[in-house]
Design a protein around this ligand. Structure first.
Ligand SMILES: Nc1ncnc2c1ncn2[C@@H]1O[C@H](COP(=O)(O)OP(=O)(O)OP(=O)(O)O)[C@@H](O)[C@H]1O
Length: 234
């Protein structure tokens, strides 16, 4: 088993400057490990800090303390306190993140949104285009929408475009924030199948799945955010 992500004593606070500087402690002493091909599902009630944890792992939030080590090009890279160029380098080739909502940019077409991660890695236009088309078809995005900007798409369509984008390239470590939340049964099954495939290819996944059936399908282990302990999948 190869360790891909090693989190220790992670803490995150929010200071609410516009509300008398109230300090909210959301993560305190959070720690876990994720190996190659494993899917660790974050478990715990609403508001416990699951999305905050994923955003902190991705480097969107600055932690108050602790360590996040990610295996990047064979060596461990400490993400806490590292310089932004290093964070970007890790994000380019090692650490993927499928957020809950697609960030839409006006006038950028669905195909271009999906192709971007492959082009950023230096894949050819042709290669990126055929992979993007295959993923959009698999995720049942009608071809008539491919050349439109996704800002007018339905919630479920936007989520599937976001997933297609997230699965364009191989990620050694992948963070998934409720990737099946707005999907119907058929598309949920496709996404769960795609997650299973990347797991088999060795991707280490940390995910949030509110849907019990989805959780039970993909999880290798749970991390209980309240007790800060692992739980087995029964
Ligand atoms: N940017 C922010 N500024 C201030 N407080 C925040 C911010 N983001 C999250 N919080 C607070 O942190 C706590 C955890 O939020 P988070 O969204 O991580 O929970 P969650 O476990 O993912 O919840 P859910 O299951 O409902 O999505 C909440 O109390 C929330 O209000």
């Amino acid at each position: 088993m190869t360790l891909m992500l090693d989190v220790k004593q992670l803490s995150k606070t929010f200071t609410l400057h516009q509300q008398q500087g109230v300090v909210l402690s959301v993560l305190a002493n959070t720690g876990f490990e994720v190996n190659q091909g494993e899917c660790l599902v974050l478990h715990g009630p609403s508001g416990v800090g699951k999305s905050t944890l994923l955003r902190t792992l991705y480097g969107n939030y600055l932690p108050a303390g602790g360590s996040i080590r990610i295996r990047h090009n064979g060596d461990f890279c400490e993400m806490v306190g590292t310089d932004p160029h290093q964070v970007l380098a890790v994000r380019r080739t090692t650490l993927g993140y499928v957020s809950q909502f697609l960030r839409v940019i006006p006038r950028v077409t669905c195909l271009d949104v999906v192709k971007e991660p492959a082009l950023a890695r230096g894949h050819s236009e042709q290669e990126a285009d055929s992979k993007a088309r295959a993923l959009l078809s698999r995720l049942n995005i009608p071809e008539r929408l491919w050349h439109l900007a996704p800002n007018t798409f339905s919630g479920g369509e936007q989520q599937r475009v976001n997933i297609a984008r997230g699965f364009m390239v191989h990620w050694p470590v992948l963070l998934l924030d409720e990737p099946t939340a707005s999907l119907d049964e058929m598309n949920r099954a496709v996404v769960l199948e795609m997650i299973d495939e990347v797991k088999k290819e060795g991707t280490a996944i940390v995910g949030i799945f509110h849907d019990k059936q989805a959780r039970e399908t993909v999880a290798t282990r749970y991390y209980n955010m309240l007790t800060q302990e692992y739980e087995d999948v029964v």
